[in-house]
Design a binder for this molecule. Sequence first.
Ligand SMILES: *[C@@H]1O[C@H](CO)[C@@H](O)[C@H](O)[C@H]1NC(C)=O
Ligand SMILES: *[C@@H]1O[C@H](CO)[C@@H](O)[C@H](O)[C@H]1NC(C)=O
Ligand SMILES: *[C@@H]1O[C@H](CO)[C@@H](O)[C@H](O)[C@H]1NC(C)=O
Ligand SMILES: *[C@@H]1O[C@H](CO)[C@@H](O)[C@H](O)[C@H]1NC(C)=O
Ligand SMILES: *[C@@H]1O[C@H](CO)[C@@H](O)[C@H](O)[C@H]1NC(C)=O
Length: 348
Amino acid sequence: MSLKDETQTHQTAGGDVVHRRSKRRRCGAHCKRFWWAYLIAFACVVVLVVCLVIFVGVPNIAQDKLNEAKLEIQGVNILNTEPNKFLMEVNSTITTDGSIHADVDAFTGSMYLEDHEPHVAFAMLNFPETSADKMQVVNISQEVKVADMDAFVRFNEWFVERESLRLTIEGKTKVKPAGLDRKYDVTFKKTLDVKGLNLLKGTEVLVDSAELSLKVDDNNKNFYGEADIPNPSHFTLEVLQGNAVFHQYIGDEELGHLFIDDLILYPGSNLVNVSANLEQARVVSILRTPEYCKDGIIPFKLLAENVTRDGKDIEYFAKGLAVANQTVDINIGAIIEKSLGAKIGCAD
Ligand SMILES: *[C@@H]1O[C@H](CO)[C@@H](O)[C@H](O)[C@H]1NC(C)=O
Ligand SMILES: *[C@@H]1O[C@H](CO)[C@@H](O)[C@H](O)[C@H]1NC(C)=O
Ligand SMILES: *[C@@H]1O[C@H](CO)[C@@H](O)[C@H](O)[C@H]1NC(C)=O
Ligand SMILES: *[C@@H]1O[C@H](CO)[C@@H](O)[C@H](O)[C@H]1NC(C)=O
Ligand SMILES: *[C@@H]1O[C@H](CO)[C@@H](O)[C@H](O)[C@H]1NC(C)=O
């Protein structure tokens, strides 16, 4: 008698108990016969779960861990500046909670301003292979080509003008968790709060070393001195073997140019030599006005005109430094008194 026939027989005989018992019996027989099907189904479920863990779970965990990792920048050097490229050195650390061990492939990170839409990368930085150890030092030194000049100029403008700005580094890479021999696609994306130059506020021209002459010298200059320029950022900026030239204004009137040769701005305070050709006669007559004659201090406004290195224009620095006028109070009264031995008083 077949299984089917037996069932039918009992069902026609009626009675719930019989029916239930028959079902159980039917199942027992069924299972005995089709155990292999259940095994296959079970295996499939196991495979599915494992696949979900490996293809969805692990990548998500890997991505989450990467998202939680902290990128911190200790220092950035922008050196060997050329019109379209520069040497970028970055000392940084990546910290994770160390709960998973994984190797992260080397990758190229695009750098862009987080708060400017659309996001256009101004440069690419190659990150080396790393492990997800708790604390990892990542020091990078590489020549970086400007990927998009407009975007890089904007970055420089924001960097010069602002107290802080948000910089994002983003790249696609692969993670290989320890113990698995598969690599997973992940996105490395970190947004950093970067301190800007804040218009180099607090720049001072030192009176003691300043010298103003009545006539311009062979270099067409009549002022030499030292300035103390604060760099509140973590960036070292180099325009070595080059020069920065600034317009000098008092109010809206242009009264000459200020030159800084071999400019390097390290983080912190920077003592640099400055020189200028000033329209002395005008400066003296402005100094005699009631506004300035009492304390002799004139707020000069400086605006970059050009920045050159090895005779080549470094447009991105020049435009960055020309984003706004930078006001520097110069005690020109004391400098004139010291250099020329004459005190300039108020006009009658
Ligand atoms: C990185 O650290 C090394 C060693 O302390 C130092 O010489 C170098 O100038 C640093 N570079 C940057 C970009 O801060
Ligand atoms: C990497 O940078 C760190 C932090 O600035 C520094 O202490 C370390 O010496 C640097 N290592 C190398 C190899 O430059
Ligand atoms: C800087 O000041 C000068 C003189 O007042 C003015 O002509 C110029 O437009 C200003 N530049 C910027 C970028 O504010
Ligand atoms: C300024 O120039 C003088 C003379 O050339 C030099 O001795 C001095 O080191 C320079 N100072 C700075 C801060 O570069
Ligand atoms: C930079 O500006 C100064 C002052 O106007 C000028 O004498 C010099 O030729 C300029 N340099 C370049 C490379 O344009």
